[in-house]
Design a protein around this ligand. Structure first.
Ligand code: ITT
Length: 201
C-alpha cells in the first residue's frame, strides 16, 4: 500500500468513487470529500472543460495528483439532454430517482417508451494544478433508455439504460459486468495505458 501512487478523485458521487476504486486497484484512491474539498459550480460548455476544472480544483486544494470525471447521458431525441445537465436534470438539487422520473416523463411526452441514448465519460488526470500536460481519456456506451426501470445496482440512470444488444439494464448488472462495457470502464482502460506509456518514457 505504501508504494501505491495516490490519486484524489474529484467527485462527490459515491457511485463513481466505487467504480474508480474497483477499476484502479493499483492506485490508492481517495475521495475529495474525505479531504473536505468542495466542488465548484460546473460552468463549462463541454464535458472536457468540466472534467479539467474538477481535477484542477481538487489538485490545487490537496496538492496531489487528481482525477476529474465529467460524464452524462445523451438522448438525441431530446435535443441531447440530459447531457451536461445529467446530474441536475429534474432540478438543481435533484436525486437520481427524480432525474430518472423526469427523463421517463420527457420520453413519454414524445409518445415513446424508449429512445436511443449514449453515456459519455471524460477523464482528466493532473499531476499538479499547474500540470501543462494532463492525461485525458474518453469512453462511450451506446444503448436505449427505456421507461421501464429494472434493477437497483449502480447509480444515476443505470436502471433505465439498456446497453445495445442487452436485455438487462445497467441496474441489473453487478459492478464487474458494468465495468467491462461502461463508458467509465472504457475511459479508465485508455487512461491506464496512457499512464503506463507516460511512466515508461
Ligand atoms: P461529481 O461532479 O461530484 O463527480 P456528479 O454526479 O454531479 O458528481 P457529473 O456532473 O459528471 O457528476 O454528472 C454525471 C451524471 O450523469 C450523474 O449524476 C448521473 O446522473 C449520470 N451518469 C454518469 N455516469 C453514469 C453511470 O455510469 N450510470 C448512470 N448514470 C450516470
Amino acid at each position: 500500500m505504501a508504494d501505491q501512487a495516490t490519486i484524489v478523485v474529484a467527485t462527490n458521487n459515491p457511485g463513481k468513487l466505487k467504480e474508480f476504486a474497483l477499476l484502479l486497484p493499483s492506485f490508492n484512491i481517495i475521495s475529495q470529500s474525505s479531504l473536505g474539498i468542495t466542488p465548484e459550480e460546473e460552468l463549462g460548455e463541454t464535458f472536457f472543460e468540466n472534467s479539467l476544472q474538477k481535477a484542477r480544483v481538487a489538485s490545487a486544494a490537496s496538492g496531489m495528483a487528481s482525477l476529474g470525471d465529467d460524464s452524462g447521458l445523451i438522448v438525441p431525441a431530446l435535443n441531447n439532454l440530459p447531457g451536461l445537465r445529467s446530474a441536475r436534470y429534474a432540478h438543481e438539487s435533484a436525486t437520481d430517482e427524480e432525474n430518472r422520473q423526469h427523463l421517463k416523463k420527457e420520453i413519454e411526452k414524445l409518445e415513446l417508451n424508449q429512445a436511443k441514448a449514449y453515456f459519455v465519460c471524460v477523464l482528466v488526470l493532473l499531476q499538479s494544478p499547474a500540470d501543462p500536460f494532463p492525461l485525458m481519456a474518453t469512453g462511450l456506451l451506446e444503448g436505449l433508455v427505456k421507461t421501464t426501470m429494472q434493477g437497483n445496482n449502480g447509480f444515476g440512470y443505470d436502471p433505465m439504460f439498456y446497453p445495445k444488444d442487452s436485455n438487462v439494464s445497467l441496474g441489473e448488472m453487478d459492478s464487474d459486468e458494468k465495468a467491462l462495457l461502461s463508458h467509465r470502464g472504457k475511459a479508465i482502460q485508455i487512461l491506464k495505458r496512457k499512464i503506463e506509456s507516460f511512466a515508461s518514457e
